[in-house]
Design a protein. Sequence first.
Length: 80
Amino acid sequence: MTEGLPFARPRQADDLQRLVSMAMPYGKYQGRMLADLPGHYLGWFARQGFPKGELGRLLELMYEIDHNDLRELLRPLRPS
């Protein structure tokens, strides 16, 4: 998994892959891939608090990626 991301540790690479393959399980954007959630929605979670567990950790990661304008990093990981 990390062959395309030599700078990433395996856990980090797995998390990035999950962002493009895991759907939001509830709410207004239910069914949308985490990597495709709009920035304002991620910002709302940042202000209100991220959920507990893996989903919250991934949403927080996606917020940081979006906030730092790094969404392009996920392009090679998306399914063709």
